[in-house]
Ligand binder design. Structure first.
Ligand code: NAP
Length: 248
């Protein structure tokens, strides 16, 4: 693995000021990774980074709104200037705007807002950082998807997420698009050391997942951390939950 002056790998986690992103930054930091806490609100990012530093983690806040291409470019420039490369990119930031809204009622504006963050934001961020990930000898990209982005699972009336199906079509479609982008980018980078995977964290107790969710945030971050730290012979171009392949 690459190392910076302090001997650490460098990871950028988007939407890392709370929820699964913050916990992913924490778990990577505990493994000795330098974590760049991406947050669209600079103050919230600094608060999260300072909380991680208080736990002994090498964490720095990086202002990053995935819907603002200028902020993505600025973040990539900062990482290039400070480190010259990136080892791990966790594309975690996302919104859920149509929870409980049936497919026949979610407006085009809701679809646009969802795709702006979850798809166009993720794609633009990945594209901005690929050149820096190629400078790592073990680059890893982790794209946060969902079981709701699986056509196989969503079309199965007996699936464990059946209760959710019928609402959240924009969110699910955005995650299916993330899966497709992952498959293409992994294929494009197959001859490089960069591995690209898409993951389902599970149903996790966060603001998005609600208190009704099954998993604590510690377990919810586990799949992201696993995919972010895959060894050289690990998989690329797959869709995983807790180390198990998920159906597309
Ligand atoms: P969350 O608690 O709602 O946190 C979302 C994070 O994304 C926040 O830090 C938020 O920042 C950030 N964010 C939203 N829009 C952004 C933007 N334009 N630019 C930068 N950051 C932005 O969600 P979570 O449950 O931790 O979810 C993390 C990931 O896991 C998401 O991709 C989600 O779709 C996926 N996921 C979650 C579950 C679940 O059960 N929780 C299940 C399947 C998949 P602010 O604080 O500024 O709003």
């Amino acid at each position: 693995m690459s190392s910076n002056k302090a001997g650490n790998r460098i990871a950028l986690v988007t939407g890392a000021n709370r929820g699964i992103g913050l916990e992913t930054a924490r778990q990577l930091g505990r493994q000795g990774v330098t974590v760049l806490v991406g947050a669209r609100d600079a103050a919230r990012g600094e608060l999260a980074a300072s909380a991680l530093r208080a736990e002994g983690i090498d964490a720095r806040a990086v202002p990053l709104d995935v819907t603002d291409p200028e902020s993505i470019t600025a973040a990539a420039r900062t990482v290039e200037q400070d480190f010259g490369r990136l080892d791990i990119l966790v594309n975690n930031a996302a919104v859920l705007r149509d929870q409980g809204v049936p497919a026949s009622e979610a407006t085009a504006d809701v679809w646009r807002e969802t795709f702006e963050a979850n798809v166009f934001g993720l794609v633009t961020t990945a594209q901005a950082f690929v050149p820096l990930l190629k400078k790592s000898d073990a680059g890893r990209i982790v794209n946060l998807s969902s079981s709701l982005g699986s056509l196989t699972i969503v079309s199965d009336p007996a699936s464990p997420v059946a209760a959710w199906i019928g609402s959240g079509a924009a969110y699910g479609a955005s995650k299916a698009a993330v899966n497709m982008f992952t498959a293409h980018l992994a294929r494009e980078l197959a001859d490089t050391p960069v591995k690209v995977n898409t993951i389902d964290p599970g149903w996790v107790k966060t603001d998005m997942g609600t208190d009704a969710a099954l998993l604590e945030v510690e377990e919810g971050a586990r799949t992201s951390v696993w995919a972010a730290t895959l060894p050289a012979d690990g998989p690329t171009g797959g869709f995983y939950h807790l180390g198990r392949q998920q159906p597309w």
